[in-house]
Design a protein around this ligand. Sequence first.
Ligand SMILES: [Zn+2]
Length: 734
Amino acid sequence: MSEAVVIDDAPQATPRVKVLLPMPVGNGYDYQVPDGLDLAPGDFVTVPLGPREVTGVVWPDPSDPSVPDAKLKAVVKRFDVPRLAPEMMSFVDWVAGYYMVSRGAVLRLVLRSSQGLEEVRARTGYRLADLPSGLRMTPQRAAVLGAASDQALTAKDLAERSGVTEGVVRGLADAGALSAMTFDPDPPFPAPQPDLPGRALAPSQDEAAGALRDLVLQGGGTMLLDGVTGSGKTEVYLEAVAAALRKDPSAQVLVLLPEIALTLPFLKRLEERFGAPPAHWHSDVSSAQRRRVWKRVLDGSCRLVVGARSALFLPWQNLSLVVVDEEHDAAYKQQDGILYHGRDMAVAMGARIGFPVVLASATPSLETVANVEAGRYGRVRLESRYGPAVLPDMAVLDMRKHAPPTNTWLAEPAAQAITETLKDGKQALLYLNRRGYAPVTICRRCGERMTAPDSDTWLVEHRYTGRLVCHQTGFSMPKPKICPHCGGEDTLAPCGPGVERVAEEARARWPDANVEVFSSDTVETPGAAKELLTRMASGEIDIMVATQAAAKGHNFPGLTLVVGVDADLGLAGGDLRAAERTYQVLSQVSGRAGRSVDAGRVILQSYQPDHRVNLALVSGDRDAFFGAELWSREEIGMPPFGRLAALILSGKDERKVTAEARALAQVIPQADGIEAWGPAPAPFYRLRGVFRQRFLVKATKRSNIQAFVADWLSSVKGTSAVRRVVDVDPYSFV
Ligand SMILES: [Zn+2]
């Protein structure tokens, strides 16, 4: 290290350190270490930056001798908290290199809740004491005593809860009826107890849990927990969590889930298993809660966190196991800022730091399956459904033979099945991954498609709100009475089905049934979603028309029929993962049917009944589907057999974007095993007035795609008019 180096007979050098700041700059800055301050890498410090003061981290980089001592500013202060672990610092460096972003930008993910650094003053609270004799009672005092308990509450909280002023609370404390005490507003989390008995495991679960415990004891490696929907994967991986907590009293464990699956029942389940509520971390958590989790992860006292992908960047001291549940879920890929993939980063972190990673799924991603087949990951399978439930009976309905009448979407055999289901007092789920009423609005007179004013996206009609909405940009407008193109009156017609339109059809056909729509438009808050799911679970709803939002994690005992209204929808478009994703969603949705005692039935309406996705779903032969899909990707060298990176150029000045794209196209470097295609206008070329051109780089597994892209970009000087974004391992191609 270069800091605090004193050379004997030379003039005394000013001790200096390198501090990395949470902003998009790749390297830290040198700062002078003031007398009496002892600094080491990992220390959280405040430093001056221009007119401001910024919190950063002392980084283990050599300082820059070309900056003269006289120009150095001094570190303002060091926070009295544990240091950021060396493993986390090296992980930040690695993530920055992999995703081609600055190290400061990655550090910003780590420092997201750095209010946890600030010392929060202990607060004074009041709790019930023995009632002194002769206490003068008033209705206000009685209200406070009614609201107080053994748990200390601040005077403000207590006053609010009993509808009095804080003076009444203080008066009671002075009289001795309440006792004052100080408490920590960020108390440590209660320790999870791994030795509590878990739920009873079936023999197959027990065997799988044993394999995961071995992985934990072995202390490294990645394993796929591969089990059909309803096979009880959670109980199994919780045994791995217990083993990690037991093995090392300071071990920390992270369970990652897609944001939408982080539900209260899931948290309750963990609380039940470990006798203490786990810390949770996602976008809906209050900033005070985040501060507490961040602080307690840093000081090592928080040992179990359940969180969305960004929880990977908490300041871990001793991360010893990560479980990635629903590992196939596309929600693990961050779609703005740093475009990282949560699952991939968990695996990379495990390999670099040396801890085991468990990936759980009923429909694993092809990436993971390929890694299993190549022997890089282990696999444990859970074949049978836990308990009485059996897999649903699946059928593809050939829509070429059973086309429904114009402007209706349910074929006769599917409608009959719904009628039978309702007659039996059971529930049906109609799945269509299209929000709103109709995906396209067309003028019957001039054929004009309604688009957003500054984008090339189609407007989707929403009947609930009476508006046309752009799902890419959020733009919306009232549905016009007059065609803006030809002036025709009432000529704008909906085209194609959305969930609202299918619900309309269902209401008309089964007027006595209770029909509800579940999509991100109808359930805008977690509370609204919970209410709808509770009503579905209790059997109050007869027919639920739902998008992908309802595909995961819920158990509806009365649901025995799932109809895939348009099973072909996900197969259209040039997306590399279209077939894989469709397969995953349809098998998840199908997994909803018959989770309880009754056998379920699934009908997939399709115009391509012979497509390999449909054949695989019906046969239940998942491995055959994966085999065929892997083979076709290997043929063309696509992931998981090759690597991709996308380069997106965007700007408001179309001419400048095109010019820079052309300039880059002319200097594509020559490299073995790497090709670059483009530029091509992005599928939504114009979005909110911004024009976008894309390049796609394809490389073999062994080539250094990052070095290639960096070299290429450095040969054309960028301008502020054109934004360049590199998406390593892209999931979105729009
Ligand atoms: Zn028109």
